[in-house]
Design a protein around this ligand. Structure first.
Ligand code: ADP
Ligand code: MG
Length: 208
């Protein structure tokens, strides 16, 4: 089948993105679609180095510098993986994309959200996911899934994660045609079914 589509999954760490991406890829392939999966930031050798630079840098990284390193990694991911995959008619499933930059460095980090969208559009050449699934989960549950006792999260951490969650929801409210929120609290299977429902109605709208 040759119906290229660009889909991303996003949400808090621990929400279930990697788990659901994997299941979604299996499901789409079983339906006969060619699927390319990738992860942002990262997803290419250069992107992996940039990601590791940010994660392992010893001193504080300026937020703008961090945002731009993620933008750089994404530009390479688009050039090396996403554009070629779409050009050959694949469905691309990206574990996170630009929205995470907007939410982490903008809504939670304090950088101007509109300017980040502008820089993001420039860095991606305007290519954006046709559909983004935001996996929405309470901060406590996300922390538990990340392997941390919810009662041990510091207040500062909670406030930061609350801004992240609210940021994802605010962006989804602003762009309901492209960003769909799925409740990530139920079992892996139920969440997968809800995601599949969103994908089916999206593919249907596309006529695929
Ligand atoms: P993310 O990629 O968003 O950080 P993961 O997919 O790595 O999240 O999931 C984090 C952890 O939570 C994993 O151990 C995973 O097995 C578990 N998990 C994912 N989805 C669910 C779910 N719906 N219910 C219970 N546990 C889940
Ligand atoms: Mg993950």
């Amino acid at each position: 089948m040759s119906h290229p589509a660009f889909i991303s999954l996003d949400g808090l760490d621990g929400a279930g993105k990697s788990t659901q991406c994997r299941l979604l890829a299996d499901w789409l392939r079983a339906k006969g679609h060619a699927v390319t999966t990738c992860i942002d930031p990262g997803g290419t050798p250069l992107g992996a180095q940039l990601r590791s630079l940010v994660l392992h840098h010893r001193s504080e990284i300026d937020r703008m510098c961090e945002a731009l390193l993620f933008m750089a990694s994404r530009a390479q991911l688009l050039a090396e993986v996403i554009r070629p995959a779409l050009a050959s008619g694949n469905i691309v499933l990206s574990d996170r994309f630009l929205l995470a930059n907007i939410v982490y460095q903008g809504h939670a980090g304090g950088l101007d959200v509109e300017r980040l969208w502008e820089v993001g559009r420039f860095a991606t050449g305007g290519l954006e996911p046709d559909l983004t699934i935001v996996l929405d989960l309470s901060l406590e549950q996300a922390a538990l899934r990340r392997g941390r006792a919810a009662d041990r999260i510091e207040k500062r951490d909670l406030e930061y994660h609350a801004r992240l969650r609210q940021g994802f929801l605010a962006e989804a409210r602003r762009r309901p045609e492209r960003i769909r929120v799925v409740d990530a609290a139920p079992s892996i299977e139920i969440v997968q079914q809800a995601i599949q429902g969103e994908i089916l109605s999206f593919l249907c709208r596309k006529g695929a």
